[in-house]
Design a protein around this ligand. Sequence first.
Ligand code: FAD
Ligand code: SF4
Length: 508
Amino acid sequence: SKTLRLILGDQLNSEHSWYDKVNDNITYVLMEMKQETDYVTHHIQKVVGFFLAMRNFSDLLSEQGHRVIYLSLEDKDNKQDLSENIRNLLDSEGFERFEYQLPDEYRLDLQLSKLCEELKVESKSYDSEHFLTERGYLEEFFKGKKTYLMETFYREMRKEYDILMEGKEPITGKWNYDHDNRNKFKDPLLLVEPKIFRKNVSGIVDLLEKNKIKTIGKIDENKFDWPVTRAEGLGLIDYFCKKLLSNFGEYQDAMFTRDKFLFHSRLSFALNTKMISPLEVVQKVEKYWLGNQESVSIAQVEGFVRQIIGWREYMRGVYWAKMPSYKELNFFGHERDLPSYFWTGKTKMNCLKHAIGQSLDSAYAHHIQRLMVTGNFMLLAGIHPDQVDEWYLGIYIDAIEWVEITNTRGMSQYADGGIVGTKPYVSSANYIDKMSDYCSSCFYKKSQKVGDKSCPFNSLYWHFYARNEEKLAKNPRIGMAYKTLAKMKDKDAILKQAESYLDRLEEL
Ligand code: FAD
Ligand code: SF4
């Protein structure tokens, strides 16, 4: 029967079995909609990236002979709402069936289930054929457990998909190389140019302006640098293997002012739009390593594989196990507003200035900048998790709620009270200085805890522990901090300093 198949902006998986055969009874539809541009204020590069990748995908399907409808943002038939557009198309084109791939976001899942209940025609959902596990897998795997230990899940994925394995054992005998992967970056000679794409995107930028789509951040219309086709995504994997993998693990946690990408892959956008799949990424990386063991050590490869079939897959499972209540969690009861420098980068704190500034410039910051600079500060300062989420969900090119909220509320803000993490990720200037070159040129003094020039992270760190003693002191991984706090001679002065900073967060 005459069927309409929906493709969402993050379902650009050309390897999906839907496309195995051309069938004239099936029409695919992709839509640029205000519903999606407006649910949060996005970075301009994020909106441009999605639209461009969707347009390319639509062209690819047409070239392969599939029937495709593409509703651009200003198409006269575009109702700017997913359900209305589908209803409208079903009626006007006389479709007898509606089919879709299971979305990865809760809000879209609800919207589509509701729509299908109301439709007069039959409907059917399909797996997106992207992840290693099905939606409910992780919940079942950890049934009855309070904390979901990522490591246990990760090892299961390694075994199930035979990644870096020798029979039932991890290849080289060890599962985890985290301890080898914590070095500061010092040698600029090791730096590698990032792979660039340099696309002209002025057409889409004009479209957004004309239609008054509100965005944040900057864009260079002649040099759009994110992969927007499967071929470009594959090119990026290749580039990562040849140029970046050999140093990836070692400098995974390092931050360096001169180079925002260091040895990170920048694959998250291509992955999250499903142009490339997690399994093919890790298989390609494993294969490359097997052929190049003299130049690439296992610690680099394991560190990378862990991020993709460990953390990424795990976060998706947590999302489906815990939504929708996850979105409401606020373990510490934080209420403060996000300071306005998160939207401008104008702060005297050098680490934040760089992490925020580069996010506004390029819709990107790597993991440790997100976790130990911006996230760390927001947690220490007690910012309301809704505002934290809104910021992360808007600013990064790879931000889609299933992977954003679990990282933000869970890993970074510990607002879930310890489902994702076993303790809050907080630190004083000590850690930031150990892993970066930010502190040496900062207005604030990294080694001072008290005084007008004392680094805010230092006093806020102890204030965080002091104010949350009841909630945290029993945690065996934190006990030491409370012992140190109890013995501190200048404890009162430090806490007072923190209060003074909290009273004027905007001015820091
Ligand atoms: P690389 O360092 O090269 O890592 C390779 C891949 O591993 C990434 O592309 C990504 O797919 C995966 N990965 C690594 N860490 C994680 C993680 N913790 N969770 C899930 N996948 C991971 N990632 C997103 O994709 N979208 C988000 O919205 C997002 N928000 C985050 C918010 C916070 C507060 C934090 C701490 C982390 C967030 N991350 C998010 C995870 C991680 O920071 C990014 O995936 C990574 O920085 C993307 O850059 P890359 O592709 O160069 O990663
Ligand atoms: Fe950041 Fe403090 Fe270091 Fe300045 S001194 S860069 S505020 S950690």
